[in-house]
Write a protein that binds this ligand. Structure first.
Ligand SMILES: CC(C)(COP(=O)(O)OP(=O)(O)OC[C@H]1O[C@@H](n2cnc3c(N)ncnc32)[C@H](O)[C@@H]1OP(=O)(O)O)[C@@H](O)C(=O)NCCC(=O)NCCS
Length: 215
């Protein structure tokens, strides 16, 4: 019998929302909103080092919609409720590109650079993990991240995932082999304790203003 690609799931998921976001199951027509976002090289720097063409984005949205139909979970289009603007996607993905971790489900995110630095990826990732543990009943969720992708590692760690080991994603037709970290969180570790907030007036680590800075 063929090996299962992902652990069994207890339910089918639907559209969800968070404090600031509507999260809509990705459909083929969402490609229109995603095309200008995915065209930005920074959005697909990891793993491709370039932006996607409109036809690649169409293909992406179609495949994600098929996954929703076939599996009952997948990626959501993130829509900023206050403006109705699409910001990118986050969701639950089967990491078929790294066969050694299968059966598995990973949490992932990919946002418009104009929306970075506002906590949207963390907010959407938190909701995705909540759905994964509370509704799908998964024992564990992973996230496969290149070591240079510090923004993504920060989101994963903020959500309580920790790096369990290093691995190498085999080459595909469009990219070379990639060293990655396999991050993960188990159901009994969710939700993680709230991050400590520094007392007011004290600069956050890594964000201290440089001497002489005028901005
Ligand atoms: C990975 C990626 C989603 C991270 O985006 P991000 O904006 O850094 O992540 P978040 O949306 O969670 O925002 C967190 C930042 O916003 C700040 N922030 C501002 N308001 C916030 C709020 N209300 N709540 C939480 N964080 C907030 C946080 O302090 C944090 O900044 P810091 O990391 O400098 O401390 C983004 O870089 C991206 O889309 N990259 C390209 C795609 C990609 O590589 N995806 C991953 C593939 S593995």
């Amino acid at each position: 019998m063929a090996r299962a690609l992902h652990p069994p799931v207890a339910a089918r998921l639907g559209d969800v929302s968070t404090e600031r976001l509507d999260m809509l199951r990705l459909r083929p027509e969402h490609a229109e909103a995603l095309t200008p976002i995915f065209a930005e090289p920074a959005v697909w720097e990891f793993p491709y080092g370039r932006g996607l063409t409109a036809s690649e984005t169409d293909d992406f949205a179609r495949r994600r919609a098929d996954e929703w139909r076939d599996r009952g979970f997948g990626c959501w289009l993130l829509v900023e409720r206050a403006t109705g603007r699409a910001l990118g996607y986050a969701g639950l993905i089967v990491p078929v590109f790294l066969p050694e971790v299968l059966p598995a489900i990973e949490v992932g995110w990919r946002l418009d650079p104009a929306a970075w630095g506002r906590g949207y990826a963390t907010e959407a990732g938190r909701r995705a993990l909540d759905e994964a543990f509370r509704k799908l009943g998964l024992p564990e969720v992973c996230s496969i991240i290149q070591p240079q992708n510090v923004g993504s590692i920060r989101v994963a760690e903020r959500l309580g995932l920790t790096c369990r080991r290093a691995a190498t994603v085999p080459a595909s037709g469009v990219r070379p082999p990639l060293p990655v970290g396999v991050y993960a969180i188990r159901r009994d570790e969710w939700p993680p304790p709230a991050p400590r907030v520094p007392p007011p007036g004290r600069p956050r680590p890594g964000r201290a203003r440089r001497a002489g800075s005028t901005s």
